[in-house]
Design a protein around this ligand. Structure first.
Ligand code: DC
Length: 267
């Protein structure tokens, strides 16, 4: 199934992708959300935090039969209706990580994410998606792929500080354990695991400020996006580029021969 979707994206990418896509994957509390949001703002792109989709489905306990009929707008409506504190909690994150093992749910969400990447909206010049499998499964042909991570200790420290505001009794050790558990779950699962491959640019945020990491991200994407934008001629205008004098015989010569229709076997 995964393979079919990959080729589906490849075809659509070649024929119809007119806006660039940036894929950002990475570990929990690595800063990938902040970098993605800032990157989207920098380029005037739409931004999708795909983890929120998994989180909201896990939080609401929605099953496949329901999820199959939900659009991105429906899911975003649920996200808006749920207090952020609840949705971003470690407990919901853990549930989302387990839900993410269900291939049929993933297939449905992949479809919605690809639709978003292809059609980010008139007002946006492209799309940034962040998650665990964006550059490997959702948009393997993304123009730029970033992999964001940091040391477990630094990530725990960041997560601990933000979770303490929601739950003052939470301990550093608890947060550390959950983080290691989730890293392991997300990177060792059989479907669409979080993996670093050669086509990603690694952004290690352990010793960097947000501004420094953002600069690294922009530097990694700039040339790739410029190349795409310069080479991208919208499909409709491409047709007009044929010179008026283009002889019809040449066009005919370029046509592929029509394959013979299969003969029915007559007994
Ligand atoms: O990024 P996050 O912590 O909000 O994501 C919550 C969980 O959702 C994560 O542990 C695994 C799952 N997820 C996924 O499997 N694929 C994605 N593209 C995004 C999130």
């Amino acid at each position: 199934m995964e393979k079919i979707w990959k080729s589906d994206w490849t075809e659509l990418n070649r024929e119809h992708q007119v806006k660039p896509v940036i894929a950002v994957d990475g570990t929990l509390a690595s800063g990938k959300g902040t970098i993605s949001r800032r990157l989207a703002k920098h380029y005037g792109y739409a931004y999708l935090d795909t983890g929120l989709l998994y989180r909201v489905i896990a939080h609401k306990g929605l099953n496949l039969a329901v999820v199959c009929h939900l659009s991105m707008e429906d899911l975003m409506g649920y996200v808006m209706d749920t207090p952020e504190k609840e949705l971003r909690s470690d407990e919901v994150g853990q549930k989302a990580s387990l839900l993410a093992l269900q291939t049929h749910i993933r297939d449905r969400l992949n479809k919605l994410q690809r639709k978003f990447a292809r059609n980010p909206g008139e007002e946006y010049r492209g799309a940034v998606l962040d998650g665990r499998d964006i550059g490997t499964v959702v948009a393997p042909n993304a123009n730029c792929k970033l992999f964001v991570t940091a040391s477990p200790e630094i990530r725990t420290q960041r997560r601990f500080q933000s979770l303490q505001q929601i739950n003052p009794r939470i301990t550093y050790e608890e947060v550390y354990e959950n983080l290691i558990k989730r890293d392991r779950q997300d990177s060792s699962r059989p479907v669409a695991p979080l993996v670093f491959t050669d086509d990603y640019t690694l952004i290690d945020t352990t010793n960097s400020t947000i501004e420094e990491s953002l600069k690294e991200a922009i530097d990694a994407c700039a040339a790739k996006i410029a190349t795409f934008e310069n080479s991208c001629i919208p499909v409709r205008s491409r047709r007009l580029e044929l010179p008026r004098s283009f002889p019809h015989s040449d066009l005919n010569a370029m046509r592929l021969p029509v394959p013979p229709r299969p003969q029915r076997l007559i007994k």
